[in-house]
Design a protein around this ligand. Structure first.
Ligand SMILES: NC(=O)c1ccc[n+]([C@@H]2O[C@H](COP(=O)([O-])OP(=O)(O)OC[C@H]3O[C@@H](n4cnc5c(N)ncnc54)[C@H](OP(=O)(O)O)[C@@H]3O)[C@@H](O)[C@H]2O)c1
Length: 256
């Protein structure tokens, strides 16, 4: 996937969560070879991400949209793509809501909000991207950023874990339904330094527990963007429907 120089509007990689953390790092990393469509809610931080990306022919695009509004996500994306004459070849879904709360404090609305961002919105986005009139059969690849919380338990993580578990299940069925044109995989990161984990890793006691529990230490955003790049490339052409744990050995460590 490289820019055809004669095409003034090369197709894009859509990245949600691009205003922060892993999504921002993935965007900066992929901008070396791809044109991007950046999604998040905070326009100023999306523009900061774009400023840190390598320039692309036609320029990187910004689609500010709140993915809690899952019913409107498909229509909004379709209108945006038409307005900009843009097409999407790959979709990386990094946006998520992390609410760490015990069962007694959870509300049904919070659970639904997590599912909207992690499951319902990507479904609506993919429905739009699979429409021939909207995206001219350009979509080839999907990567969901899930979490090791989808497969392993932790106190207070039930709503978040359920949203990631549903996302991984969605990934598997879509991989079968959309093959062979589109490959669909997910990445399950362990603990990585980002604004999402500032509160946890900012606590010295928690930080030293993480250092003890992670055989390879705490991860960096680049550890995930390298895996995304591999899954989007032809080097992984025979891989689909797989959840990849990238966690510095954390979930293999039974001494933790
Ligand atoms: N960091 C870790 O240790 C870790 C571990 C495992 C999995 N993950 C997963 O990695 C992904 C990225 O996490 P991160 O650490 O980069 O978190 P982050 O820095 O807090 O970024 C979260 C991103 O999600 C976007 N987002 C949240 N709610 C949204 C909504 N309603 N509509 C649109 N965008 C929304 C935010 O956009 P705005 O700020 O513009 O609203 C932001 O760009 C998430 O899926 C997370 O579950 C992270």
């Amino acid at each position: 996937m490289t820019f055809p120089p004669e095409n003034p509007f090369p197709s894009c990689i859509l990245i949600t969560g691009a205003s922060s953390g892993l999504g921002r790092e993935i965007a900066i990393h992929l901008s070396a070879h791809h044109r991007l469509l950046l999604n998040g809610r905070n326009l100023q931080r999306l523009e900061e991400t774009r400023d840190r990306c390598r320039p692309a022919p036609g320029g990187h695009l910004i689609w500010p949209f709140d993915l809690l509004e899952s019913e409107a996500a498909g229509g909004s994306l379709e209108a945006f793509l038409r307005q900009h004459g843009a097409l999407v070849e790959a979709f990386v879904h990094s946006a998520a809501l992390l609410q760490i709360l015990p069962l007694r404090s959870l509300t049904v609305q919070m659970v639904q909000a997590g599912l909207n961002v992690s499951v319902a919105s990507p479904v609506a986005i993919l429905q739009a991207l699979m429409k021939r009139k909207v995206n001219q059969r350009q979509l080839r690849n999907v990567v969901f950023i899930s979490s090791i919380a989808s497969q392993f338990g932790a106190k207070g993580f039930s709503a978040y874990a359920a949203s990631k578990g549903a996302m991984d299940a969605l990934m598997k069925s879509l991989a079968i339904e959309l093959a062979p044109e589109v490959r669909v995989n997910s990445i399950l990161p362990g603990g990585i330094q980002t604004p999402m984990t500032e509160g946890i890793l900012g606590d010295p006691q928690m930080a030293s527990k993480f250092e003890r529990d992670y055989p390879l230490g705490i991860g960096e955003p680049q550890d995930i963007s390298e895996m995304v790049e591999f899954l989007l490339s032809g080097r992984s052409r025979w891989i689909t429907g797989q959840p990849f744990i990238v966690d510095g050995g954390r979930t293999s460590n039974i001494t933790a």
